[in-house]
Every structure is written in structure tokens, then in C-alpha cells.
Design a protein around this ligand. Structure first.
Ligand SMILES: CCCCCCCCCCCCC/C=C/[C@@H](O)[C@H](COP(=O)(O)O)NC(C)=O
Ligand SMILES: Nc1ncnc2c1ncn2[C@@H]1O[C@H](COP(=O)(O)OP(=O)(O)O)[C@@H](O)[C@H]1O
Ligand SMILES: [Ca+2]
Length: 633
């Protein structure tokens, strides 16, 4: 904490004036308690290196503690060199800034080095300067003289050579740099210092600031599914993610899964979760589903709650989950980060982002089946998943092939849908506004929840679930989809329900009634265009807290599921495999975040903000374009 770094201020303006440039007038020497006293002279190279904090103006003497806790207050100010050009570099609690000295006549455009070479760089205006939020600094290291570092192209390069022959002591700061399409990259800037003590002081001060960010994980439990997507999970982790974790000082315990449900079972029973600050999964939506099942289960057991009992109030999971995308759809990563890029996800984990997320619990006849965070789809998406599982060897392309096939089969399914509309909330599924980082709709609707939840629970306890609140629809449906988030993914960048919210305690129930193939195609194609996919006569969408579905052929209480009804399953399979067959199957199956459910009659309820991710939601471009830039003021 920064009380240790309390600075004792001694105005030395009169001494400094003689050799300091005008801009340094009235700066104060700073001494960090417990740290070596830094040199404050330029070392005769025409560079003033001062460790400075603004002296409070006379008559404005304030309580020192209060001053230090102000986020914008400067902790250090020095003139350092970047690529042999002089920069004014300052550190406050919230930002690190460096600005090219305007007095310089030689033009050396500053170019940060990037860890990933393919990123298209914008050349910053050297007169404006550069500002990096301390919360987005990944690490700082002191460069050893004559040390070598690996270049992006894999070759080795001497630091001295890079910095120029008289670089002297130097330190390098790695930080988050935003690039197009919500991608983050690790950028680096090296500051050459006139003296070793000053260099060490900068390094320790930045480290001190980083240590105050308690939300950053230090130890992570990592599960890798080696068979996800294009089977690149291990490689992606080792090449792109592990080096970043190690650079940022994050320790990991890595487990490569040996079978399906290995990670889930390990989390349920074996994992020593108290040793970790978060769980990371390397894989697709199916792998993420395993992780949440393991974690939710474990949280209930550790908290003395029966996870199978539908009447129990479940305990939310506080251990954050990170997703390194390596799967086929990567919808959960895409909708929470804005891209399915492993480096971006790793950086969100390192900086310790948090994003709460809704979770749906799915029950059949009061018995727990599964949790879902993205899509629960019956009909089209259920059939696509069932068909694509047989083509897993094809990798992500299996969904395209099965999608076309299921579009051509054009099966519809009869059944009854009942739902409990989310009343009194902010937002509708037809809004133009989107769920974005710091979403006010999610915050507002979360606050509404306790009294609403209570109301429904009272109704449930009385056995008659407020019939007036429930609405029921019967019909023939091509698709019944519940999207608890937008379900945006590379296949559909705006998603199944573009205005759905990550953490508002609701799910968007989308009903696509029987229509012609042409009309269904119009609906599907609108997922990929700007047109509203709900603005069609045969499509309706409702924002709900809870819903039930019962297929027509099992509307009695003794619901027959697909696996029990062997005879029916055989006919369904024949019909699926032979689209020319005129006989429509009675049942589809539920696609629950990419897993097929065993039952078709289900009862779904949303648990608001039930899990936490290492993400921050999708950032609007203006969030970073409008970052305060004290250099420019
Ligand atoms: C004929 C034109 C069709 C265009 C339709 C575009 C809509 C695509 C929307 C896909 C929404 C997917 C929601 C996410 C589901 C994932 O949980 C699941 C499993 O993903 P995983 O394999 O674990 O990465 N993937 C699928 C396709 O069901
Ligand atoms: N070692 C393993 N061998 C086989 N299957 C696995 C293994 N680890 C996890 N799985 C399962 O693989 C399935 C697909 O995983 P996922 O990561 O979602 O990849 P994809 O996005 O390609 O579907 C999940 O159902 C998961 O339970
Ligand atoms: Ca939601």
C-alpha cells in the first residue's frame, strides 16, 4: 500500500533552478521511506532527473494522507530518454505518461516495441505524448547492460545495441495497447536513465503501484482441452499465453484434460481451490461449461447447499474464470471480451478484470440437468449440434455443414412454451443499445432483483406460481432459443439476440414459428447483416426470468425423453439422415452451450450475476479514445 511510499517533500526550487529547465521550477525532491535516496542531478548530460511530487501550494497545506490518496497526484517526474530522445516521464497513482520534450530539435518519432509483430501501428504524435493507465501496466523490468532479448522474429538482440551506445541504465514497461476489433496487445517502452539509482527507483515505484491492485490474480489453475477447435489449445497456451503470464509474475498450475468432464470432476473434488485466485480454461464453450459446472457444484458443497435441489438458494461463485479461446464457436469469450483472441484474453486476466454473468439452471421434473450461460436452443440449433457431433473430426467447419443440412431438412416441432416475463426492468430485446463495459442496464436490473426474486419464491412456495404472471404459447416451432447473452461469435458478430445483457438477470426467449424455407433463410441471414432478425411476422422475442418447454408428444407428466424412447429415436434418426423423408420427427434436442441435453421437457430459471469472469464486457471505442491525457493539457 502506498502509505509506505509516503514522500517527504523538500522544496528545492532555488537550487534546482540553476540547472533545471523552466518546467521543473518548484518541484520537490522526494525521498521514499525505506528506499535508497535517489540521485537528483543530471549527471552532466543535460538531463534533469528529478524524483518529484508537486509541492502543495502555500496556504493549501493538507493532510498528507489525503493528498497521497488522490489518484491524479504525481509520484515521480523525470526527464528520461526513449530511443535517444528526451521525454518528460511522470508517474501518478493512476497513470504513467511520457511526452517528448518540445525543446528538442531532433525529431525521433517514438515507436513502442510490440510483442506481436503483426499489429498495425499508429504513429503517435510526438508532441502529444503517451498515457498509460497504471491498471493496464503489465510489468516493469530493469534492463541489464549488455543483456539480450528475443526479438519478435525469434532472433536475439542486444539491449545496448537497440538503445544506442550510451544508453546506460534503463527500464522497460510492458503495457496494454488497444488495436482494432477489441484486440489488446502487449506493447513495451524502454526508458534510459542517467543514473542507476534513478532507474531502480522508477522500477520500484511502478512495482509498488502495481502491488496495490488487489484484483490482479497471482496464482491460476489452468485447464487445457487439447481437442478443442482445431486441436491447437496446448500450442496456443504455450506460445501465446504462458509467456505473458510469466512476464507478469502470474504463477500457474496447468492441467491438460485426459477425457471429457475431466476438468469438471477435478474441480468438483480434487482441486485445492483455496490456493488459486482464478481458474482459466483453454478451449471452447463446451470446456467453459465444464468449468462452471465444476465450480458451481463445488461452491454449493463447500457452502453446505444441495446443488440438485431446485428450491435451494444457490451461492454465487466468486472465483473468477478466464477463457483462452481455442474452440469452435468461442461465443462466451467473444461476447464478453469482443474478440476471440488468446492474447487479448490473457491480458484481461493479467490486469484482473471482472465481469459478472447470468447463469440459467435447467431442470427436468424438479431434477437438475445442466447450467447454461449462452444459448439454450431447441429445433434448429439443437439439430445442428446433434448432427455436428458426428462430424467432430472436421473441426469448427462441422457447424457450417450441419447448419446447411438442417436448414434444408426444415424440421419443425410442436410444443408448449410458458414464460415469466421480466417486469419492471430496464431494456428490451429490440433495443438499439448494446450491453457494453460497465453496462448501466445490468447494474440497474441487478438492484431490482431481490424483491422480484422474493415475489416469485413466495408464489412458488404456495404451489401456484402466480398464474397471472405466466404466459403460455402453443404451436409449431422451427427454433426455440434462449439467449442469456448476445451469443455474438465470429459466425454472427451481432449474435442471436444482439441487445441481450450479460448480467441483467434475464434471458431472451426467441420463438421462430413454422414458416417457409425462404422466410427462415431471411431470418438466419439477418444474423449476419444489420437488419433486425426479430422484425418478421413468424418471430417473437420476450425478455424472461424463467421459462418452461414441453414437447407436444410428452405433455403428460411421464415425459419420455429421447434416450428413453428408443423407438421414436430410431425414426427421428432416419428422418434426420434422410432429409427427403416427408415425416417430421416429433422431437428435437436442446443445445445447452454446445452440449446435448438428455431431456426435452425443461424448466429454466435465470440466476443473476452468478459467476465472475476475467473480462470487462465489450469496450466502446470511445472508452479508450477519450482517455485523459494529462500531457496534452
Ligand atoms: C444459412 C446462414 C446461417 C447463418 C446463421 C448464423 C447464426 C450463427 C449463430 C451461432 C450462435 C451460436 C451460439 C453458441 C453456441 C455454442 O455454445 C455452441 C458450442 O460451441 P463450441 O463447439 O463449444 O465452441 N455452438 C453451436 C454452433 O451450437
Ligand atoms: N481430453 C479430452 N478428450 C476428449 N474430450 C474432451 C477432453 N477435454 C474436454 N473434452 C470435451 O470436449 C468437448 C468440446 O470441447 P470444447 O472445448 O468446447 O471444443 P469445441 O469448441 O471444439 O467444441 C467438451 O464437451 C468437453 O467436455
Ligand atoms: Ca442476461
Amino acid at each position: 500500500m502506498l502509505p509506505q511510499s509516503r514522500l517527504h517533500l523538500t522544496c528545492r526550487s532555488c537550487q534546482a533552478q540553476a540547472r533545471a529547465p523552466r518546467s521543473y521550477h518548484h518541484q520537490a525532491q522526494t525521498v521514499v521511506r525505506g528506499a535508497p535516496s535517489p540521485a537528483t542531478t543530471s549527471g552532466g548530460v543535460g538531463v534533469l532527473s528529478s524524483l518529484a511530487e508537486e509541492t502543495p501550494a502555500e496556504g493549501q497545506e493538507q493532510d498528507g494522507q489525503t493528498q497521497m490518496e488522490r489518484p491524479g497526484r504525481m509520484l515521480l517526474l523525470s526527464e528520461l530518454r526513449v530511443r535517444n530522445a528526451a521525454y518528460d516521464v511522470s508517474l501518478s497513482r493512476s497513470v504513467l505518461t511520457w511526452k517528448r520534450r518540445t525543446s528538442s530539435t531532433v525529431y525521433h518519432p517514438f515507436r513502442p516495441r510490440f510483442c506481436v509483430p503483426s499489429f498495425p501501428r499508429r504513429r503517435p504524435d510526438p508532441g502529444v505524448g503517451h498515457t498509460v493507465s497504471v491498471s493496464e501496466i503489465l510489468s516493469v523490468r530493469e534492463e541489464e547492460e549488455n543483456s539480450s532479448r528475443r526479438r519478435d522474429d525469434g532472433s536475439w538482440k542486444k539491449i545496448k545495441e537497440r538503445e544506442g551506445k550510451d544508453c546506460g541504465p534503463a527500464f522497460t514497461v510492458s503495457y496494454v495497447e488497444r488495436s482494432p476489433h477489441h484486440r489488446w496487445r502487449c506493447a513495451e517502452v524502454t526508458f534510459a536513465c542517467p543514473e542507476e539509482a534513478l532507474c531502480q527507483h522508477w522500477v520500484s515505484s511502478i512495482r509498488e503501484q502495481l502491488a496495490t491492485i488487489v484484483s490482479r490474480p497471482k496464482r491460476l489453475l489452468v485447464y487445457i482441452n487439447p481437442y478443442s477447435g482445431k486441436r491447437q489449445g496446448k500450442r496456443i497456451y504455450e506460445r501465446k499465453v504462458a509467456p505473458l503470464f510469466s512476464q507478469a509474475g502470474v504463477s500457474t498450475h496447468v492441467i491438460v484434460t485426459e477425457r471429457a468432464n475431466y476438468a469438471r470432476d477435478h474441480l468438483k473434488t480434487g482441486a485445492e481451490l483455496q490456493k488459486f485466485d482464478g481458474v482459466v480454461c483453454v478451449g471452447g464453450d463446451g470446456m467453459f461449461s465444464e468449468i462452471i459446472h465444476g465450480l458451481i457444484w463445488r461452491t454449493q458443497i463447500d457452502g453446505g447447499v444441495d446443488p440438485n435441489c431446485p428450491e435451494e438458494a444457490l451461492i454465487p461463485c466468486t472465483l473468477r474464470i478466464g477463457i483462452i479461446p481455442a474452440g469452435s464457436t468461442d461465443c462466451i469469450c467473444f461476447a464478453t471480451v469482443g474478440t476471440n483472441d488468446p492474447v487479448t484474453s490473457a491480458l484481461h486476466i493479467i490486469v484482473g478484470d471482472s465481469q459478472p454473468m447470468d447463469v440459467c439452471s435447467v431442470h427436468h421434473n424438479n431434477a437438475f440437468l445442466q447450467y447454461s450461460v449462452s444459448l439454450l436452443g431447441y429445433g434448429f440449433y439443437g439439430d445442428v449440434l446433434t448432427d455436428s457431433e458426428k462430424k467432430r473430426w472436421m473441426g469448427p467447419a462441422r457447424y457450417d455443414l450441419s447448419g446447411v443440412k438442417m436448414f434444408l431438412t426444415h424440421h419443425y416441432y410442436e410444443g408448449t412454451v410458458s414464460y415469466l416475463p421480466a417486469k419492471g426492468i430496464m431494456g428490451t430485446p429490440r433495443d438499439a443499445a448494446r450491453c457494453r463495459s460497465g453496462c448501466v442496464v445490468c447494474q440497474h436490473n441487478r438492484q431490482l432483483l431481490p424483491e422480484k426474486a422474493e415475489m416469485y419464491e413466495v408464489d412458488e412456495a404456495s404451489g401456484s406460481e402466480s398464474d397471472s404472471e405466466w404466459r403460455t404459447l402453443r404451436g409449431k416451432f422451427l427454433a426455440i432459443n434462449a439467449a442469456s447473452m448476445s451469443c455474438a461469435c465470429p459466425r454472427s458478430p451481432k449474435g442471436l439476440s444482439p441487445a441481450a445483457h450479460l448480467a441483467d438477470g434475464t434471458t431472451d426467449l426467441i420463438l421462430v414459428r413454422k414458416c417457409s424455407r425462404f422466410d427462415f433463410l431471411r431470418h438466419l441471414l439477418r444474423h449476419t447483416s444489420k437488419d433486425d432478425q426479430f422484425d418478421l411476422a413468424f418471430v417473437e422475442v420476450h425478455r424472461v426470468r424463467r421459462f418452461r418447454f414441453t414437447p407436444r408428444h410428452c405433455q403428460s407428466d411421464s415425459d419420455l425423453d429421447l434416450r428413453e424412447n428408443g423407438k421414436h429415436q430410431i425414426f427421428s434418426q432416419i428422418c434426420r439422415d434422410h432429409p427427403a423423408c416427408g415425416c417430421a420427427p416429433a422431437y428435437s434436442s436442446w443445445n445447452c452451450d454446445g452440449e446435448i441435453l438428455n431431456h426435452t421437457a425443461i424448466d429454466v430459471r435465470v440466476h443473476c450475476q452468478f459467476i465472475q469472469l476475467f473480462a470487462r464486457g465489450i469496450e466502446e471505442p470511445k472508452v479508450f479514445e477519450e482517455l485523459p491525457n494529462p500531457c496534452a493539457i
